[in-house]
Design a protein around this ligand. Structure first.
Ligand code: SAH
Length: 393
């Protein structure tokens, strides 16, 4: 690739991660970074060949330790020592991880300390097979721009003996932690985070800054895991939208409101819709923090919501959509067609579902103008991209 000079030299050497074959998280860890980008570009060009040109993937200068969200599970060894790590792919076996190349280093250090404290506090570790024990997971979320760090201790029941002393001991070791939250997950599920939170220390959320706007992130809310590349992605998305302060804009699948809030200064009105009530609560607060009065938020299924406004014949100029990996649905897409916005900016972490949804839109009056991949997930096979569609006259 012609711009490979800007990539970190270490990234273009082969990296050997001792657990990659068991962990399964970093499918490309032993592929030099330039080559990873080439593989992703080729995949995208193949998948999107029917829509024309795919822009060159934007890689990361330092493609390591980019993850701001880190999960850990724990296991007690026969000698009493507690190890922290991850589940071996597809099993309930906890695999010890000493160093992870893609996770935030501050998080790894905190997780190590928590394993030692679980031992010294003699806390019970949850057993996925029998459903007994207390500590299920720990999740660390870091605001890269603010330095704020949230430790979420996921427990199988609400009763968490000596939680205040536990937090105190942890804070003594890591004064950089800004909040500690107990999250209760009493369901038999592979989901890490449950529905209920109890703040043990601090505010119970962190904040981060993206594209000049400040965002509150609560334990259950989605937030992109690679904030450095997210800024690149969102700047592309906003550019594709070509806003002139006159437009009514939809931000569908809006999470904590990031895209709509970043676009709001350039639009007349923004309407955000999101299914997760914790995220929409954050989104409302984020509008206030950023002193915006032209953003309205709705806690609803995006497809249902779009059907409703399509029936009311609202005038919508631009739709941003950023659905989960599985993509959007027919209720949503058929309503987009009915509402007939000039531009649709589709952000996707699932190229296969993006192809499917672009097919629907291009059969129904839209034309794909740009497809821009951005490498949000170095060392893994995942590709994020942003597509611009315009209404054909
Ligand atoms: N745009 C946000 C969030 C993108 S992730 C950001 O960039 O941070 C996708 C979001 O879609 C998640 O917040 C998830 O809760 C939400 N979601 C999933 N299914 C949905 C549905 N049917 N209707 C509305 N939102 C949905």
């Amino acid at each position: 690739m012609e711009n490979n000079k800007k990539y970190n030299r270490k990234a273009n050497n082969r990296i050997k991660c001792p657990v990659s074959h068991i962990c399964g998280g970093c499918q490309y860890i032993d592929v030099p970074y330039e080559k990873q980008l080439e593989l992703k570009q080729n995949k995208m060009e193949q998948l999107f060949s029917e829509f024309g040109y795919v822009d060159k993937i934007i890689g990361m200068e330092h493609p390591f330790n980019y993850r701001n969200k880190v999960n850990a599970a724990f296991r007690r060894l026969k000698n009493g020592k507690v190890i922290a790590g991850i589940y071996e792919e597809g099993t309930h076996n906890v695999l010890s991880v000493d160093e992870c190349y893609i996770e935030d280093k501050r998080a790894s250090a905190i997780i190590k300390s928590i394993a030692e404290l679980i031992r010294s506090f003699k806390m019970q570790i949850y057993n996925e097979d029998t459903g007994t024990g207390l500590i299920r997971h720990v999740q660390i979320r870091t605001g890269f721009a603010t330095g704020q760090i949230m430790v979420i201790i996921v427990t199988a029941s609400a009763i968490f003996p000596s939680k205040n002393n536990f937090a105190k001991a942890l804070l003594k070791l890591h004064p950089e932690i800004t909040t500690v939250v107990q999250n209760i997950n009493d369901k038999k599920t592979s989901m890490v985070i449950g529905q209920r939170n109890q703040v043990i220390y601090g505010k119970g959320f962190i904040e981060d800054v993206l594209c000049g706007k400040r965002f509150r992130i609560s334990p259950g809310s989605f937030y992109q895991v690679n904030p450095i590349q997210t800024e690149v992605l969102y700047q592309k998305a906003i550019k594709f939208a070509d806003l002139k302060k006159k437009e009514v804009v939809i931000d569908a699948y809006c999470g904590i409101g990031t895209i709509g809030i970043i676009a709001a200064d350039r639009a007349k009105q923004v309407i955000g819709v999101e299914l997760n009530s914790a995220a929409i609560k954050d989104a409302n607060i984020n509008c206030r923090i950023n002193k915006l009065d032209n953003v309205d938020l709705y806690n609803n299924d995006a497809g249902k919501f779009m059907c409703d406004i399509a029936e009311q014949d609202e005038k919508i100029d631009v739709v941003f959509m950023d659905p989960p990996r599985s993509g959007s649905d027919e209720a949503f897409l058929s309503s987009v067609v009915k509402l007939s916005p000039k531009r649709v900016v589709y952000i996707s972490c699932g190229p296969e579902s993006l192809v499917r949804d672009l097919k629907y839109l291009t059969k129904n009056g839209y034309k794909v103008i740009r497809i821009q991949p951005v490498d949000l997930f170095p060392m893994t096979e995942h590709v994020e991209s942003v597509a611009l569609l315009v209404k054909e006259r």
